[in-house]
Design a protein around this ligand. Structure first.
Ligand SMILES: CC(C)(COP(=O)(O)OP(=O)(O)OC[C@H]1O[C@@H](n2cnc3c(N)ncnc32)[C@H](O)[C@@H]1OP(=O)(O)O)[C@@H](O)C(=O)NCCC(=O)NCCS
Length: 186
């Protein structure tokens, strides 16, 4: 079975505290609200603002997509939408994808939810999808996210200097990667 087919048949992943389900139009209100969180927009270097219609058009395209996997992070105990975790930018010949994650609100952060979701997605991507490499960029003003990625197993591979201009200051992007045969932290 091809990578594209396995991405298209994206399953629901479960962890002790979370359900990671296909992100789609039913999450419109939650995703649109999350885009109003100015701290998350800064940490992800997101400048654009999106109308509800633009967000809906994006969400409509996700279920069944064969070049990406977008998961809604749902707290299993009460069904609360906590954020999203995404594998995108498929390079099928290289068995490689890009990773990004954002928890929707400040009160959800710092409790390990992002790390728990990331571990499950990475495990699925290597074991079931068949990827060999997952990479990401994290801005140097976001050491909490870098720490979370290191807990998952990502390693620093490089640094793109002055990759972002934010509030009249230059910010570096730290490049991180994880290979399917890298040892994972305990
Ligand atoms: C990044 C994110 C997904 C991490 O998920 P999380 O569940 O909050 O992460 P965790 O609670 O597992 O871990 C955060 C770690 O960062 C550490 N940390 C927090 N602030 C820190 C700082 N200023 N410097 C260094 N470490 C810091 C915490 O102590 C914790 O490490 P520990 O478990 O060893 O104590 C989440 O915080 C988030 O969505 N943030 C907003 C959007 C964002 O930044 N997305 C990533 C863009 S690259």
């Amino acid at each position: 079975m091809t990578i594209e087919r396995r991405l298209r048949d994206q399953p629901t992943l479960r962890t002790p505290r979370l359900r990671l389900e296909q992100l789609g139009p039913e999450h419109l209100d939650d995703v649109h609200a999350a885009l109003g969180d100015s701290e998350a927009m800064r940490l992800t270097g997101t400048r654009a603002s999106f109308t509800a219609e633009q967000v809906r058009a994006h969400l409509d395209r996700l279920p069944g997509a064969d070049d990406r996997a977008d998961f809604a992070i749902i707290r299993a105990a009460d069904g609360v939408f906590l954020g999203e975790v995404v594998l995108n930018e498929l390079e099928a010949d290289d068995l490689a994808m890009n990773y990004r994650v954002a928890l929707a609100a400040p009160e959800h952060r710092g409790q390990g939810y992002g790390t728990e979701a990331g571990r499950a997605v990475v495990e699925w991507a290597f074991a079931a999808v068949g990827l060999h490499r997952i990479s990401l960029e994290v801005y140097s003003f976001n050491p909490g996210a870098q720490r979370s990625y290191e807990k998952i197993g990502f390693r620093v591979e490089g640094r793109a200097r002055h990759a972002l201009r934010w509030d009249d200051a230059w910010v570096d992007a730290i490049l991180m990667g994880l290979l399917s045969d890298d040892p994972l932290p305990d």
